[in-house]
Ligand binder design. Structure first.
Ligand SMILES: [Fe+2]
Ligand SMILES: [Fe+2]
Length: 200
Protein backbone atom coordinates (compact mmCIF):
# COMPACT_ATOMS: atom_id res chain seq x y z
CA UNK A 1 0.00 0.00 0.00
CA UNK A 2 2.65 2.51 1.10
CA UNK A 3 5.06 1.09 -1.42
CA UNK A 4 2.40 1.44 -4.07
CA UNK A 5 2.03 5.06 -3.12
CA UNK A 6 5.76 5.61 -3.47
CA UNK A 7 5.75 4.08 -6.91
CA UNK A 8 2.87 6.22 -8.06
CA UNK A 9 4.52 9.37 -6.74
CA UNK A 10 7.76 8.63 -8.51
CA UNK A 11 6.11 7.52 -11.73
CA UNK A 12 3.85 10.58 -11.65
CA UNK A 13 0.61 8.64 -12.06
CA UNK A 14 -1.52 10.31 -9.44
CA UNK A 15 -5.18 11.15 -9.67
CA UNK A 16 -6.10 14.63 -8.45
CA UNK A 17 -9.24 14.84 -6.32
CA UNK A 18 -9.74 18.50 -7.23
CA UNK A 19 -9.73 19.83 -10.77
CA UNK A 20 -6.61 21.68 -11.82
CA UNK A 21 -6.79 25.43 -11.09
CA UNK A 22 -5.71 25.89 -14.71
CA UNK A 23 -8.95 24.38 -15.95
CA UNK A 24 -11.00 26.85 -17.96
CA UNK A 25 -8.10 29.28 -18.34
CA UNK A 26 -7.13 29.77 -21.97
CA UNK A 27 -3.62 28.80 -23.09
CA UNK A 28 -1.80 31.98 -24.07
CA UNK A 29 0.94 31.71 -26.61
CA UNK A 30 4.23 32.52 -24.92
CA UNK A 31 7.63 32.55 -26.58
CA UNK A 32 9.67 29.36 -26.91
CA UNK A 33 12.26 30.58 -24.42
CA UNK A 34 9.56 31.44 -21.89
CA UNK A 35 7.85 28.11 -22.39
CA UNK A 36 11.03 26.16 -21.69
CA UNK A 37 11.67 28.31 -18.62
CA UNK A 38 8.13 27.77 -17.31
CA UNK A 39 8.42 24.01 -17.88
CA UNK A 40 11.70 23.92 -15.94
CA UNK A 41 10.17 25.86 -13.06
CA UNK A 42 7.26 23.44 -12.98
CA UNK A 43 9.69 20.54 -12.97
CA UNK A 44 11.23 22.03 -9.84
CA UNK A 45 7.77 22.34 -8.27
CA UNK A 46 6.94 18.81 -9.26
CA UNK A 47 10.07 17.55 -7.52
CA UNK A 48 8.98 19.51 -4.46
CA UNK A 49 5.67 17.70 -4.57
CA UNK A 50 7.35 14.31 -4.99
CA UNK A 51 9.29 15.16 -1.82
CA UNK A 52 6.06 16.27 -0.13
CA UNK A 53 4.61 12.82 -0.83
CA UNK A 54 7.58 11.20 0.87
CA UNK A 55 7.56 13.61 3.80
CA UNK A 56 3.87 13.17 4.46
CA UNK A 57 4.21 9.44 4.07
CA UNK A 58 6.98 9.46 6.66
CA UNK A 59 4.75 11.60 8.91
CA UNK A 60 1.74 9.33 8.57
CA UNK A 61 3.90 6.31 9.42
CA UNK A 62 5.18 7.89 12.61
CA UNK A 63 2.41 10.25 13.84
CA UNK A 64 1.11 8.96 17.16
CA UNK A 65 -1.82 11.25 17.79
CA UNK A 66 -4.97 10.19 15.80
CA UNK A 67 -6.22 13.75 15.16
CA UNK A 68 -2.77 14.73 13.97
CA UNK A 69 -2.71 11.76 11.66
CA UNK A 70 -6.10 12.69 10.24
CA UNK A 71 -5.06 16.28 9.56
CA UNK A 72 -1.84 15.07 7.97
CA UNK A 73 -3.73 12.69 5.73
CA UNK A 74 -5.94 15.50 4.50
CA UNK A 75 -2.90 17.62 3.70
CA UNK A 76 -1.30 14.59 2.02
CA UNK A 77 -4.30 14.26 -0.30
CA UNK A 78 -3.93 17.91 -1.27
CA UNK A 79 -0.27 17.26 -1.98
CA UNK A 80 -1.37 14.53 -4.36
CA UNK A 81 -3.43 17.13 -6.19
CA UNK A 82 -0.34 19.33 -6.44
CA UNK A 83 1.64 16.42 -7.79
CA UNK A 84 -0.95 15.70 -10.46
CA UNK A 85 -1.49 19.37 -11.37
CA UNK A 86 2.19 20.11 -11.77
CA UNK A 87 2.80 16.92 -13.76
CA UNK A 88 -0.04 17.86 -16.09
CA UNK A 89 1.27 21.38 -16.51
CA UNK A 90 4.78 20.11 -17.33
CA UNK A 91 3.29 17.96 -20.08
CA UNK A 92 1.24 20.85 -21.45
CA UNK A 93 4.37 22.97 -21.60
CA UNK A 94 6.19 20.20 -23.46
CA UNK A 95 8.64 19.50 -20.64
CA UNK A 96 9.37 16.33 -18.67
CA UNK A 97 9.56 15.50 -14.98
CA UNK A 98 12.92 15.16 -13.24
CA UNK A 99 14.87 12.02 -14.07
CA UNK A 100 16.06 11.98 -10.48
CA UNK A 101 12.60 11.62 -8.94
CA UNK A 102 13.32 8.23 -7.31
CA UNK A 103 16.36 9.79 -5.69
CA UNK A 104 14.47 12.87 -4.46
CA UNK A 105 11.76 10.64 -3.08
CA UNK A 106 14.17 8.37 -1.22
CA UNK A 107 16.03 11.32 0.28
CA UNK A 108 12.86 13.03 1.46
CA UNK A 109 11.50 9.79 2.92
CA UNK A 110 14.69 9.28 4.91
CA UNK A 111 14.58 12.85 6.22
CA UNK A 112 10.86 12.58 7.02
CA UNK A 113 11.34 9.33 8.90
CA UNK A 114 14.26 10.81 10.85
CA UNK A 115 12.14 13.82 11.85
CA UNK A 116 9.30 11.46 12.74
CA UNK A 117 11.54 9.44 15.02
CA UNK A 118 12.06 12.57 17.14
CA UNK A 119 8.34 12.63 18.02
CA UNK A 120 5.23 14.48 16.90
CA UNK A 121 6.31 17.96 17.96
CA UNK A 122 9.51 17.85 15.91
CA UNK A 123 7.87 15.99 13.12
CA UNK A 124 5.35 18.80 12.84
CA UNK A 125 8.04 21.44 13.26
CA UNK A 126 9.86 20.06 10.28
CA UNK A 127 6.66 19.95 8.28
CA UNK A 128 5.71 23.53 9.18
CA UNK A 129 9.13 24.81 8.20
CA UNK A 130 9.05 22.85 4.94
CA UNK A 131 5.67 24.33 4.06
CA UNK A 132 6.91 27.80 4.92
CA UNK A 133 9.93 27.42 2.66
CA UNK A 134 7.83 25.98 -0.16
CA UNK A 135 5.42 28.88 0.12
CA UNK A 136 8.28 31.37 -0.12
CA UNK A 137 9.73 29.45 -3.01
CA UNK A 138 6.42 29.52 -4.91
CA UNK A 139 6.22 33.26 -4.34
CA UNK A 140 9.59 33.51 -6.05
CA UNK A 141 8.28 31.45 -8.95
CA UNK A 142 5.33 33.75 -9.40
CA UNK A 143 7.85 36.53 -9.93
CA UNK A 144 9.91 34.43 -12.34
CA UNK A 145 7.08 32.96 -14.40
CA UNK A 146 5.98 34.67 -17.60
CA UNK A 147 3.11 37.07 -16.86
CA UNK A 148 1.16 35.71 -19.81
CA UNK A 149 1.38 32.09 -18.70
CA UNK A 150 -1.87 32.29 -16.79
CA UNK A 151 -2.43 28.54 -16.62
CA UNK A 152 0.87 27.89 -14.87
CA UNK A 153 0.37 30.85 -12.58
CA UNK A 154 -3.07 29.61 -11.54
CA UNK A 155 -1.59 26.25 -10.52
CA UNK A 156 1.26 27.84 -8.57
CA UNK A 157 -1.07 30.30 -6.80
CA UNK A 158 -3.44 27.54 -5.72
CA UNK A 159 -0.55 25.40 -4.46
CA UNK A 160 0.85 28.30 -2.52
CA UNK A 161 -2.49 28.90 -0.81
CA UNK A 162 -2.66 25.20 0.18
CA UNK A 163 0.91 25.19 1.51
CA UNK A 164 0.10 28.19 3.72
CA UNK A 165 -2.83 26.25 5.16
CA UNK A 166 -0.71 23.14 5.64
CA UNK A 167 1.73 25.17 7.65
CA UNK A 168 -1.08 26.55 9.83
CA UNK A 169 -2.33 22.98 10.33
CA UNK A 170 1.09 21.83 11.50
CA UNK A 171 1.40 24.79 13.84
CA UNK A 172 -2.12 24.20 15.16
CA UNK A 173 -1.19 20.60 15.96
CA UNK A 174 1.60 21.84 18.20
CA UNK A 175 4.68 22.08 16.02
CA UNK A 176 7.82 23.08 17.88
CA UNK A 177 10.05 25.90 16.61
CA UNK A 178 13.05 24.58 14.67
CA UNK A 179 16.48 25.93 15.65
CA UNK A 180 17.95 28.34 13.09
CA UNK A 181 20.88 26.06 12.05
CA UNK A 182 18.38 23.36 11.09
CA UNK A 183 16.35 25.85 9.05
CA UNK A 184 19.50 27.01 7.34
CA UNK A 185 20.46 23.42 6.49
CA UNK A 186 16.99 22.90 5.05
CA UNK A 187 17.27 26.04 2.92
CA UNK A 188 20.61 24.87 1.64
CA UNK A 189 19.29 21.40 0.80
CA UNK A 190 16.33 22.88 -1.06
CA UNK A 191 18.61 25.23 -2.94
CA UNK A 192 20.66 22.28 -4.19
CA UNK A 193 17.50 20.39 -5.08
CA UNK A 194 15.91 23.29 -6.95
CA UNK A 195 18.98 24.18 -8.98
CA UNK A 196 19.58 20.56 -10.00
CA UNK A 197 15.90 19.90 -10.78
CA UNK A 198 15.74 23.01 -12.96
CA UNK A 199 18.14 21.22 -15.31
CA UNK A 200 17.67 17.48 -14.79
FE1 LIG B 1 2.36 20.91 -2.29
FE1 LIG C 1 1.91 21.44 1.52
Amino acid sequence: MEFDRALRAVAGVVQASRASPAEGIPENSIGEHQRVHAAALMRVNHVGEVCAQALYQGQALTARDPSARQALEKAAREEEDHLAWSAQRIRELGGRPSLLNPLWYAGALAIGAAAGALGDRWNLAFLAETERQVEAHLTGHLEALPQDDRRTRAVVEAMRADEARHRQTALGLGAAELPEPVRRAMRLASKVMTSVAYRV
